[in-house]
Design a protein around this ligand. Structure first.
Ligand SMILES: [Zn+2]
Length: 106
């Protein structure tokens, strides 16, 4: 599974959050990061080349509209961070009942 590490799990929960709290249903797709260096010479991860799926399919290249949204709802698997954020899974078809892992360091 792609979201077994902390960064992947965070991005997975971020995608879930964006779907729930976007005014028009919007799904983030193809989330990728690149490592960069900030002004304090610290390595940071930067999101790039992000695509979205929207109801009317008009957000740009790669927007597969309702099909993309349905696919997201079908394939999203809630992880520990979704559970920590108490993100509502209504409408999602995932079978995973994620339980917050208290050993995680947030
Ligand atoms: Zn989730």
């Amino acid at each position: 599974m792609w979201h077994q590490n902390k960064l992947g799990s965070t991005l997975n929960a971020f995608a879930h959050y964006v779907y729930l709290f976007s005014q028009e249903p919007t799904v983030l797709a193809d989330l990728q990061t690149a490592t960069a260096v900030n002004e304090n010479d610290q390595g940071i991860e930067v999101l790039f080349y992000m695509m979205t799926h929207t109801i009317n399919g008009s957000s740009g290249v790669g927007d597969r509209g309702k099909t993309g949204i349905k696919t997201f709802l079908k394939k999203h698997e809630c992880g520990n961070q979704c559970a920590h954020l108490r993100l509502n899974c209504e409408g999602f078809m995932c079978n995973s009942e994620a339980v917050p892992d208290e050993s995680d360091d947030y």
